[in-house]
Design a protein around this ligand. Sequence first.
Ligand SMILES: Cc1cc2nc3c(=O)[nH]c(=O)nc-3n(C[C@H](O)[C@H](O)[C@H](O)COP(=O)(O)O)c2cc1C
Length: 415
Amino acid sequence: MKRVDDFRLRLGSHEVVPIMVGGMGVDISTAELSLEAARLGGIGHISDAMIPTVSDRRYNTKYVKNKLQQYKFNVANSDKSVVQFDLGLLAEATALHVGKTMEAKRGPGLVFINCMEKLTMNAPKDTLRVRLKAALDHGIDGITLAAGLHLGSFALIQDHPRFNDVKLGIIVSSLRALQLFLKKNARTGRLPDYVVVEGPLAGGHLGFGMDWAKYDLAAIVIEIRDWLKAEQLDIPLIPAGGIFTGTDAVNFLELGAAGVQVATRFTVTQECGLPENVQQEYFKAGENDIEVNQTSPTGYPMRMLKNSPSIGDGIRPNCEAYGYLLDASGNCQYIEAYNREVAAHPDARRIKVYDKTCLCTHMRNFECWTCGHYTYRLKDTTRRNEDGSYRILTAEHVFHDYQYSTDGSIALPQE
Ligand SMILES: Cc1cc2nc3c(=O)[nH]c(=O)nc-3n(C[C@H](O)[C@H](O)[C@H](O)COP(=O)(O)O)c2cc1C
């Protein structure tokens, strides 16, 4: 019986263990987690979500405080179009996070950054260009384009000296999305180095509608694999979403996948950014405690624990401090939902908003408990402590379990 370690993922001249730990914003897939994946010979991801905010927490900068100071006059205004990111500071924060992570990298693996198009930041093209360029300038090994179709993203960096040697990948959830991506980026003369095929059981935002349960990851992977073959395109495929054991991974590798992207199993590791009390919520969750809802203002369905503090919370929009989801005209669906509830309950001290959430604030505070479908199985991957809590794992333990396990088994940590 084969195990993941019998396979290798080849990306140009690099050969790595075919396990990619997926990007998890906001700083859930930390530098430490990505560095462990790289040390162990696989691929880890940091995330470019809210980097100035992450930088304040990690590196003692003051980007959020200063931005709030600058735009304080606008806090009570429902029109947020004046709230802009300073591109120089955005580049600086990205440089800091990417640079410090890459300096600390050891071992044979790679560290990539997950770059989300849906972080429109009131100037979608300019802020995306700055984030991509700063990551390239500061030595990132690869960029995974996520949360969007990225039809113009290669063009934003095609003049960069590293454009042809950095690894560039795209996350898609359908053959159609891949075809569109390839067509629109073709004029840069470059193909992606890998394609992550993300199915409906993943964590975070989904590339499906609320009918996500109708779709099957293996079927999408086979469709894309066969199409690439017919087109004589040799691009490594990396399925993601619900790959919970080494054996699940081997099944995809035997289908012709080049590697797998996994995330949920790593949410309960020491290196993950989630606070321990949140990790215990993930462990405790049963199947019925998880839902896919439409509270994200991005418009994409998102999977999360039903007891996520973000759900129903009616905090005043925090765009002057954050504002990562403001579209090109300075709108966010949460602002509209919040204003509607304020107008409907003018005397309430604290309002409730159920249909949308202030995702920036709640992701920043680890209060939107987004998770993969199989989060309810995490309790079977560890032991209980004497006080009844679940033992937090190490990323090395989980990585090695994916790499070496067989027969659908999951190794528990040592007694
Ligand atoms: C807590 C959490 C946060 C996530 N955040 C992001 C994100 O910011 N960007 C992204 O492209 N994918 C995100 N994902 C998706 C993962 O990178 C990955 O593709 C997927 O969850 C893999 O499926 P699995 O969790 O079942 O292993 C997230 C997943 C989880 C569990």
